[in-house]
Design a protein around this ligand. Sequence first.
Ligand SMILES: [Zn+2]
Length: 155
Amino acid sequence: MECVFCSKTTLAAEKFYEDENFVAIYNIRPVVKGHCLVLPKRHIENMLEMNENERKSFISFSNKAVFIALKYAGTKDFDFLLQNGENAGQSIKHLHFHILPRKRNDVLAVNKTEFFQSFAKKENTMDTLKKEELNIIIEELNSITEKHKLQIDTL
Ligand SMILES: [Zn+2]
């Protein structure tokens, strides 16, 4: 079975930002508003497999994706989360980092021990966005990207 994050169909529908090495997509089961993923274009499973180019551009790319997600969500706070490996809760075997914009008393506002269980459970039980809902979100993300292009380029 083809990897869902390598799938052209997935990327066509969910992608809102990219460079040579990485792509940012909107999570189709968003736990919070603005729940996005940063992933390398190459199919690798583990962060330790990132090549030199990917390592060099990772933070800059992630900053740009975070900026867009936070504008969309209307907050300045976020979790940046990697679940690397089965025991860390990695479900899709293509390296991906979660951007979770956070607000006071949001659905993830529990103590740190409960956080990961809560996160994993919610991600697997959230309703999948309808195609029209996703299209609207992607359009809005694209318009934020366009509007803030100069600032994003500096990140
Ligand atoms: Zn893949």
